[in-house]
Design a protein. Structure first.
Length: 141
């Protein structure tokens, strides 16, 4: 297992990457990596395992609001102080979702998502549409 970290805000984000961390609901695509992320507050000397909210569409095309503590396809952007989760299915990224988070009061808050729910081979990752989170949160269970 690899351990590395990124400094965000006044806290340190600890990121663990390893093959023994299982994927989300068995949908671990060929190019997705598994992570555990912890936020270490350097002032309070407190460490917390982070949970991430995201929205999925099930096979009946109903939306579900879910959370995970084991994200896949994880990255950070020091300039925007944001975290991105990327979950691609079927190897060449024909479908999946990408979610953007900001750390607010020590927790990741979902700020935006893009997704291609139908696994259309012609859908490029760069063309996945942005989702209306307000509307999806109302529709999700």
């Amino acid at each position: 297992m690899q351990v590395f970290y990124r400094v965000l805000f006044s806290c340190t984000l600890l990121i663990l990457c390893g093959s023994n961390v299982t994927g989300q609901q068995g949908k671990n695509g060929a190019y997705n990596s598994n992570y555990l992320t912890y936020l270490f507050d350097t002032v309070k000397k407190k460490i917390v395992l982070l949970n991430y909210e995201y929205i999925e569409q099930d096979v009946d095309k109903r939306y579900k609001k879910l959370t995970t503590w084991k994200p896949i396809g994880f990255s950070t952007d020091p300039k925007t102080q944001s975290i991105t989760l990327l979950n691609r299915y079927y190897g060449a990224a024909q479908c999946g979702w990408e979610a953007y988070y900001k750390i607010v009061e020590g927790k990741p808050v979902l700020k935006g998502m893009r997704a291609a729910w139908d696994c259309d081979p012609g859908t490029d990752y760069d063309k996945w549409p942005k989702l209306n989170l307000s509307a999806l949160r109302k529709k999700s269970s």
